[in-house]
Ligand binder design. Sequence first.
Ligand code: NAD
Length: 344
Amino acid sequence: MKVRVGVNGFGTIGKRVADAVARQPDMELIGVAKTRPGFEARRAVERGYPIYIAGGGSPEKFAAAGLPVAGRLADLLGKVDVVVDATPEDVGRENRALYQAAGIRAVFQGGKEPDVAEASFNALANYETGRGKRSLRVVSCNTTGLARAAAVLLPRWGVARWDVTLVRRAADPGESKRGPVDGIMPTMEMPSHHGPDVRTIYPDLPIATAAVVVPTTLMHVHVNHVRLAHPPSGTAELLGAFRSTPRFHVFAGWEGVDGTPQVMEFARDRAGHGNRSTSDMPENVLWERGARLDGSDAYFFQAIHQESVVVPENIDAIRAMFDLAKDKDASIALTDRTLGIAPG
Ligand code: NAD
């Protein structure tokens, strides 16, 4: 029996999660909920995803656009076992009561406050915590990137102290109303909220984060300095651990990948190869040249594709909630195989 899934909010994250759900052998995408017609609604129709109207949207507007609708959000909620809420940050919290009233489970996105769900979730870091839960929060893109890195470092070498500067993208590529279009904007809150957010998964992790926003849409970049409690033998061992972990991609020096433009060009080149249908880069990206071990101090850059990094995590969150896989490795392997993400 397949788990029946609905996606509420069909924007940057929602449309990607819907596509990913549609590829899972143990899940069925029942429909997606949208407030307004638009190019993304047209795409849903073209892909055969039934559209349900959410948030006071008007059926007349969908009819005028020639887009068929299958009902209202309440109808969708009546047909699914779980909803992935990918609405804007403040809407998800309001929606929580709807999901509870419908008696269904819910996966929320990390922009929300942690208490929107029973637990915060990252597949590599705390898959077991998600088992059987009625609601989970897949942590934000930056927190997902940090939690994955912590899942590599902590069990092997322990972390005595971790300082991260997050260089954050200003907007997603499809957004034209956000900025800055020039300048570097420090996030004055210090430490930034990302450190505490990682601690919703690793409560004792001694991590401190600071952030600046820069005028780019491609990816975030994290500048990491980690003091390891029991360091590995050298940089090669450090890099080997990242290389052998799922959802990490390490570029070799000879590949000539100097920064995020080449990373995303690589992702575009890879689209359509094997199961990889998108030009996304859901892996944490590291550079061989951009990692170094100096005594107990590990330094490494990692780039995070904000639009896609959380997509496989949403799939694993559903699998954990419904106990569909024997363990995290089995869930991650199935998700990654269906999405064309190469094993670590
Ligand atoms: P988005 O604006 O691209 O998409 C949100 C969609 O929800 C839009 O299509 C919007 O029309 C729709 N919507 C608005 N009100 C609604 C309602 N009441 N009911 C149903 N749909 C409604 O936003 P996004 O970037 O996809 O972000 C969604 C969530 O994912 C947010 O919580 C965000 O913090 C989180 N997130 C975003 C990113 C990112 O980089 N874009 C990364 C990780 C997590």
